[in-house]
Design a protein around this ligand. Sequence first.
Ligand code: ADP
Length: 194
Amino acid sequence: MTRLLLIGMPGAGKGTQAERLSEAFGIPAISTGDIFRHNVKNETELGKQAKAFMDRGEYVPDSLTNALVRDRLSHADAAEGFLLDGYPRTADQVVELDDILSSHSQKLDAVVMLTADVDEVVRRLLNRAIEQGRADDTEEVIRRRLEVYEEQTAPLVSVYAARDLVVTVDGLGEVAEVTARIVDALAERGIAKN
Ligand code: ADP
């Protein structure tokens, strides 16, 4: 029963690694970005509310994001562990997640901080824009997303570091190599895959 968070700049490779870790640990990968994009695509009420923020590279308001995660973590598959990708991203979301976990009598095992340098992530995101055409992958919006990350999300690392939960892993290199680094770093802390 493993409960992990994945934090890192936009373009650090969280989504890619989340899928691989989900498989390795046998836990669902829950990506708030994917859930929002799915809702935007299907033009749900949530999607309509989230879209304007996402298109500008801003965070979706905490009230919407928190409610979404609270609901998702109450699903049966998350009772046996989970990996959250892209949540929490604000101080308010940290408080909310603490409350959700304590209401389920659960605790986090580790927070994986995936590092990458800014030039590399901008390069990756511009590439992804060409390949996938994500609306928030234009150069101007990418720059805004990086700013918002620095302002609101980077400070969360020290919150989790104070709880001794942070495992920092270099996100540069081959995809499989990065996965192996994460798995090894977690194993060193006694967090083993199934
Ligand atoms: P990236 O990590 O590449 O920025 P994501 O796919 O994780 O992108 O998220 C895309 C967008 O979805 C974000 O820019 C933001 O608008 C919204 N979003 C995702 N997760 C959150 C969150 N925890 N809080 C607020 N907004 C979020």
